[in-house]
Design a protein around this ligand. Structure first.
Ligand code: FUB
Length: 327
């Protein structure tokens, strides 16, 4: 690609990309997206249309630079335990290594989380032979705190199978809570020092309103659906996520990386396409929202493109809502 990356335009157009996890490594912005295949698929609530097979890593030297595709960094065929569907990944740097975390369905069709390591932010990444023991569901997002403790957040409803883990084991026919019950939250686990296993059993995160009441499952404008992301700003932890069926990116804040998190508001209003998925990163003095939409493919749910724009805070630490097409 030779065109400079402009706000609210696809970062690359030669492939479809989605679910961007952006990080600053070695003085540049690296983006870890899903790689949507350019094929015609019927959409269903199980997410079968998201049938991805590999990861390409993108980078930008700075805001407005050309976005570079560094090619294939990991392929499904090289992951011994994974059968299909390489969904939203994330990356982290620790112990002088780069780690790529990713979900996929195992041989029993159960979504699990895997990890692969490499010496460069662009890979190639070598996957561990097995999925992370005790892992389940989708959308891993890793946050390394200032004290170097690393936390992995994950979980997604419907095709992401989170409802099926309410008892701690996989129940294929389990459904989500009733509308007047607390919504399911994402899960969090602290990662071991080598980043390859969970230190403890994952715990569900509670998201509450300003009065301390849990957000209910029927509150689809605010309840957690998928795509967690955690960042820190002025000492507070911000958990942002997709509301799925109402297609928004919203956020909640806490003084503790394990929560509870208090719901605050909307970061990004709905984009073209069913899914919405994002990350938030600081580069130099500015903050950026990386997100995706299906505008380039004319609205095909399974052919998305990663975009970015500036994210701004108010003086009280709240985030200004972004209108994706109101430029
Ligand atoms: O890309 C496949 C799935 O769609 C992701 O894992 C979800 O977050 C949604 O964006």
């Amino acid at each position: 690609m030779t065109k400079p990356a402009k706000f609210n335009e696809p970062l690359v157009t030669h492939i479809y990309t989605a679910d961007p996890s952006a990080h600053v490594f070695e003085g540049k912005i690296y983006i870890y997206p899903s790689h949507d295949l350019d094929h015609v698929m019927e959409s269903n609530d199980n997410g079968d249309q998201y049938d991805m097979e590999d990861y390409h890593i993108l980078s930008m030297d700075e805001e407005g630079a050309v976005c570079v595709d560094h090619g294939e960094a990991l392929h499904l065929r090289d992951i011994p335990w994974a059968k299909q569907q390489l969904w939203a990944p994330d990356a982290a740097f620790k112990n002088e290594k780069y780690y790529l975390f990713f979900p996929a369905r195992d041989q029993d069709d159960i979504f699990r989380l895997g990890v692969a390591t490499g010496s460069s932010p662009t890979g190639p990444f070598k996957p561990e032979p097995n999925y992370i023991p005790g892992s389940f569901s989708i959308d891993p997002a890793v946050f390394v705190d200032h004290d170097e403790r690393a936390y992995i957040y994950f979980g997604g409803l419907w095709g992401g199978q989170l409802e099926k883990w309410q008892t701690g084991t996989f129940m294929p026919d389990a459904e989500g809570p009733a509308a007047n019950e607390p919504a399911l939250g994402p899960f969090v686990a602290e990662l071991s020092d080598d980043m390859l296993t969970f230190k403890d059993q994952p715990k569900e995160i509670s998201i509450v309103d300003k009065e301390g009441h849990p957000i209910l499952a029927g509150d689809e404008e605010r309840r957690y659906f998928e795509g967690p992301w955690v960042h820190k700003y002025n000492g507070s932890y911000y958990l942002s996520y997709s509301t799925g069926s109402t297609h928004k990116i919203v956020y909640a804040t806490s003084q503790n990386p394990l929560g509870p998190f208090v719901y605050q508001g909307t970061i990004l209003n709905p984009v073209i396409g069913w899914t919405t998925h994002h990350s938030i990163v600081q580069f130099k003095e500015k903050w950026y929202l990386f997100y995706h939409d299906s505008s380039l493919s004319g609205g095909a749910d399974n052919k998305r493109s990663v975009k970015y724009t500036e994210l701004k805070y108010n003086e009280d630490g709240t985030i200004q809502t972004i209108e994706p097409y109101d430029l």
